[in-house]
Design a binder for this molecule. Structure first.
Ligand code: SAM
Length: 248
């Protein structure tokens, strides 16, 4: 895949994955007893939609981490427009290389990005950097029904950790977190700020890119991803999991 064409599409959407302010607030409100000004790590911040929401909702300090400069620039400018940039710190870093001191954060947040570390491996890493009594909130793809169609299983082979909500909770509990709760993102969290604008961008690019095979491939794959969602969204979705590192 040509990364430039990929970023021309995925790098210019309001969000780089499913989500909404409503979902961010719902997950944030599940965390009881946070300090007035919590220190939050937003892992894989992307274009920063949830980063700005977190800054506004929490009144805290957010460290936004991503390895793509384009994403950090977009996060910064969104925070400046919302007048919350003074509490934002940006870190251009591969999340595989994170070296935060133990118990650095009250909250570790990751919307649609923990899979880059691997769900289990990522939560294991995060457990040491969130303080005892602190919270972790991640959104992650899950099966919503047993026996999905073969075509869908084939599509999701690219992400072998896709599993039922129950299996995800088993992983979370095995890693020593306390369960706080979860909810499934509604379909509009996939469409309003993600797939609808992606479809508009695809149709804008179709003509100018019509003579560039690697660019057309990016468009075809994006169209396929959207079609799979529209046809099968009862079988899979994103779940927001909220958990707590127990006090020791
Ligand atoms: N949280 C954002 C959202 O929901 O809009 C972004 C989600 S997007 C699916 C995943 C983000 O993780 C991208 O911005 C990507 O650049 C970032 N990412 C992927 N692998 C990474 C890595 N190894 N280290 C840091 N960031 C990474």
């Amino acid at each position: 895949m040509n990364i430039d064409y990929f970023l021309e599409i995925y790098g210019h959407l309001p969000r780089a994955g499913p989500g909404s302010r409503e979902c961010t607030k719902r997950a944030y409100d599940m965390m009881d007893g946070l300090p007035e000004c919590p220190r939050i790590l937003d892992l894989g911040c992307g274009p920063g939609a949830q980063t700005v929401d977190l800054l506004q909702i929490s009144g805290g300090h957010v460290v936004a981490l991503d390895f793509l400069p384009l994403m950090l620039e977009r996060t910064k400018s969104k925070a400046e427009q919302a007048n919350v940039a003074q509490k934002l710190e940006m870190l251009e870093q591969d999340m595989n290389q994170m070296r935060f001191a133990p118990a650095s954060f009250d909250v570790v947040w990751s919307e649609g990005a923990i899979y880059n570390l691997g769900f289990e491996r990522g939560l294991k890493t995060i457990r040491s950097i969130v303080r005892p009594g602190g919270f972790v909130a991640v959104s992650e793809v899950v099966w919503l029904k047993a026996d999905p169609p073969a075509r869908l299983v084939e599509f999701w082979r690219q992400y072998p950790e896709i599993a039922s909500v129950t299996s995800k909770w088993e992983v979370i509990s095995r890693l020593g977190y306390k369960s706080v709760g979860h909810f499934i993102l509604p379909d509009r969290a996939w469409t309003a700020e993600y797939y609808d604008p992606m479809e508009r961008l695809i149709s804008e690019k179709q003509d100018p890119w019509s003579h560039i095979p690697e660019a057309l491939k990016v468009l075809e794959e994006a169209k396929e991803e959207i079609a799979i969602f529209r046809k099968n969204s009862s079988y899979f979705g994103y779940a927001f999991f909220v958990m707590q590192r127990p006090l020791e």
